[in-house]
Each structure stands twice: as structure tokens, then as C-alpha cells.
Design a binder for this molecule. Structure first.
Ligand code: SF4
Length: 437
């Protein structure tokens, strides 16, 4: 449904209470600038979304009477955290006061209110329902957790996944593992060879923000990995086992153990997909994993440009060209290659980035773009990578349309596809496909 007008701006009283201000329409931010949002780009805030008050920040809106842009002086600005499977098209627009605290590692999409509903400028980019919040039954998760802990009493990884990831961090992937379905996470690496500014598993002491989860503290053995992944691949619907999770460093630093595990897994079952989420830093290790039977790779990046990638990832002993090479290696083995593309309106949709993305797709024969919301304080991010000017913008929606038109073979989504989707009917072989039939 296309809205007939822009939604009104939201503000908070600083005590967690949120109100609408009907004297101002909401605008969106891209880069360092504020823009009116086309009415056709608003959707209702999807189930599982949250609203955040932004301390030390005043919202920017368009005066309903004068049409002028001005600040909402009634309280703090408000933004939306939109749930997985949806990509935000504009960041919340606000003015930041001098002593405002750095915001934690979440995404801050624009949000508004109209006719008793919350709205966000976003698109549903992924049909797969694996992380729909309505699909998580707490009692079944608790039962599944106890079952796995009893089934694998000596397995440190199952203990970590169930006690930390599932029951403490509420990790969607770990909860799906406890429910015996879809993508099962397999963290392996306590260390990393990058120093991402917005790392979700490690933040330096001197930073005011904290990582959203702690890194694994041990190096699992291949036997520990094989013990629970084989039963998952054999019995789960649309089964995937994924190395490289938010609660660890870089899995390629553990490639020998992962290779050993893949070889052993494939001795027991041909089922499902074996995937690795990675920073792509070691193409030779990726080649060894492909030789062993790796099916798919997802390389994370904030940009298709080396000049934007390097100041964010701050890589140790590797460089941007290595991550490109890792994507090419997997494609050369006929594997599925995705980028985990951190979408930042005003950076991702610049003409320069668009040209670089086109080049990356052509050079790597990329299979998929996972259009992920960038979980980071916008001012802090641009400040840390030294971006004061962002260049000509296309709009995230238009960027997606241009890429889709030119590269029809490149799939858009938010999650790693199961082997049934990779090898079978992409449009119908995924969790929840029956909902679209
Ligand atoms: S590659 Fe991952 S684990 Fe390593 S610093 Fe970046 S976000 Fe953190």
C-alpha cells in the first residue's frame, strides 16, 4: 500500500516513551544530508522491529505548514531497528549535540507515524522466513536446548551455542539449531586478522561502545564440529552448517580444522550446504576448503571500493584484492559466492560505489548480494573512515533496481541459501516458500 502522505516525525521524552509530532513530516538521511522520502518507499514497521530513542540528538523534519526543514525541539530523535530480511533505504535524520554518546552497534533506520501505525523506508529483500520472530517458541527452544546439552555432554561448542548464543544472546541461528531446523552456526575462531571499527565480537577498551557478544574463548576440535553438524545435516529441513559467526573472530584462521571437519562430514552425509561466513582474507585457505567440499562462501564488506574498505576493516597482512580473489576461487569450483553487503544510505548508493559494485560482480561472477543493514552509529562510522563528502547518490532502491536489471543472474537476499535453492528451484526451495505459493 502506497501512503497518501509522509508519516509524522517521532520523538521521545528520554524516558523510553515515544510520541508523534504532527507539525513535522519525517525525512531520511543519506550520507551527511537529509532528504524527503518518496511516499512509495514506506512500509509498516515489520514484526520484530524495534524503536530506539537517540540521546543527545534532535530529529529533523519538514514543517507541515511551511514545507521548511527544521528540528523537532520536543524531545530526542527516534530511529527504527528493522528486522532481518528487510533492508533500510534511509537512516534516521537528526542533529547531534556536542556531547552526545556514541550509539551502540545497531542499525538506525528512519521511522514515522501515521494512522496509528509505525512506518519505515525499507524493502523486504528476502522471502526466507528463518529469522521471523513469530517463528521462535521460547518453550520449544528451552526443550531443544536441554536436549542438545544432554545429547552432547562433552561438546564445548554445543555448550557455547546453547548456553551463550541461544539462551543469552538470543542468536536466531543458534535458536534454529536448538529447534533442529535450517542454518546451524559453527563458530571456530577466537582470533581475527582484521580490526573492524564496528566489530560485533570485540571492541577495544578505549571505545565507549561495547561488542554485542563476546568472542569464543577456545579452539574447537574437528570431532566436536562433526559430532553435531552431521545429525543436523541429516535431519533438519533445508539444512546448512555455517562457519563464521558473530561470536568469533575470523574462521579462515582455523582453516585446517574446518577442512578436517568438512572432509569428515562428507564421509557421513552428502546432505545440505556447508557454508563459510568470512572476511575472505585468505584465498589459498578458501581453495583448500573448496577442495574439501565447501559449497558456499559469504564475504562481508562495507564497500566494493578498496579506499572505503581498508579504513573500516583495518586488515592485518591481507588486502582488499584478497577478498575478491576468495570469491573468484569459490566460483571457479562451481560454488555459491555471496557478499554480505553492509548497506549505508549515502555511501552504498553513490555513483562511485555503483561502478565499483558492477566491476566486482563482473570480476567475480558473483552469485548473490545479501543487502544487510549496517549496524553502526552513522556519524561515528563516517568520522572514523574520514568521509566528509559522500558524492552523488542514486538512492538505495534505485541502486538495487539498476543492479537487478543489468545482472539478472545475481540473486538478492539476506540469508545464505540452502543447497535446495542453490541447486534446485531458487524461487520455491526455501523456508516458508509455501507462504508465497
Ligand atoms: S572480520 Fe569480523 S571478527 Fe574480524 S574484526 Fe571484522 S567484524 Fe570483527
Amino acid at each position: 500500500m502506497i501512503l497518501q502522505q509522509s508519516p509524522y516525525i517521532l520523538y521521545s521524552d528520554g524516558k523510553g516513551n515515544i510520541f508523534e509530532d504532527t507539525s513535522l513530516y519525517t525525512v531520511g538521511r543519506a550520507g551527511w544530508d537529509a532528504f524527503p522520502i518518496p511516499t512509495e518507499e514506506w512500509i509498516e514497521l515489520p514484526d520484530g522491529g524495534n524503536l530506539y530513542e537517540l540521546p543527545g540528538r534532535k530529529g529533523i523534519g519538514i514543517d507541515v505548514k511551511t514545507g521548511e526543514m527544521r528540528l523537532c525541539e520536543k524531545g530526542w530523535a527516534v530511529a527504527a531497528f528493522i528486522p532481518p530480511a528487510h533492508t533500510g533505504l534511509y537512516i534516521a535524520a537528526y542533529e547531534t549535540e556536542k556531547d552526545a554518546p556514541t550509539l551502540p552497534l545497531f542499525c538506525y533506520t528512519a521511522a514515522g507515524w501515521l494512522d496509528d501505525k509505525f512506518y519505515v523506508p525499507a524493502v523486504r529483500i528476502e522471502k526466507d522466513i528463518r529469522q521471523e520472530c513469530a517463528g521462535y517458541d521460547a518453550a520449544k527452544i528451552e526443550t531443544g536446548t536441554q536436549h542438545l546439552l544432554q545429547a552432547y555432554p562433552h561438546n564445548r561448542l554445543v555448550k557455547h551455542l546453547m548456553e551463550n548464543c541461544c539462551m543469552t544472546y538470543n542468536c536466531p541461528a543458534a535458536r534454529n539449531f536448538s529447534l533442529g531446523r535450517w542454518e546451524c552456526p559453527v563458530p571456530t575462531s577466537p582470533a581475527c586478522n582484521a580490526n573492524c571499527i564496528g566489530c560485533i565480537s570485540f571492541q577495544p577498551e578505549e571505545e565507549t561502545i561495547v561488542s554485542t557478544q563476546d568472542r569464543l574463548t577456545f579452539k574447537p576440535k574437528a570431532e566436536e564440529i562433526v559430532e553435531f553438524t552431521v545429525p543436523h545435516l541429516v535431519s533438519a529441513p533445508y539444512p546448512i552448517v555455517s562457519f563464521g559467526q558473530g561470536c568469533e573472530g575470523e574462521p579462515l584462521l582455523m582453516w585446517e580444522t574446518i577442512r578436517e571437519a568438512i572432509i569428515e562430514i562428507r564421509k557421513h552425509t552428502p546432505n545440505g550446504s556447508i557454508n563459510i561466513n568470512t572476511n575472505g582474507s585468505k584465498p589459498s585457505a578458501v581453495r583448500a576448503l573448496c577442495e574439501a567440499g565447501l559449497d558456499s562462501i559469504r564475504v562481508s564488506t562495507n564497500s566494493a571500493r578498496k579506499s572505503i574498505y581498508t579504513p573500516y576493516y583495518r586488515p592485518n597482512n591481507y588486502q582488499f584484492e584478497d577478498i575478491v580473489e576468495s570469491l573468484k576461487v569459490v566460483r571457479s569450483y562451481g560454488g555459491w559466492a555471496s557478499i554480505n553487503y553492509f548497506v549505508f544510505p549515502g555511501m552504498t548508493d553513490t555513483v562511485e560505489e555503483y561502478e565499483a559494485l558492477r566491476k566486482l560482480i563482473q570480476e567475480t561472477d558473483l552469485s548473490m548480494i545479501q543487502w544487510r543493514n549496517f549496524n553502526i552509529d552513522p556519524d561515528w562510522y563516517l568520522g572514523q573512515i574520514g568521509v566528509t563528502e559522500t558524492g552523488e547518490m542514486l538512492g538505495v532502491k534505485q541502486l538495487m533496481d539498476l543492479i537487478h536489471e543489468e545482472f539478472t543472474q545475481v540473486k538478492f537476499g539476506y540469508f545464505n541459501p540452502p543447497i535446495e535453492r542453490i541447486k534446485g528451484n531458487y524461487e520455491s526451495a526455501f523456508a516458508g516458500a509455501e507462504l508465497y505459493a
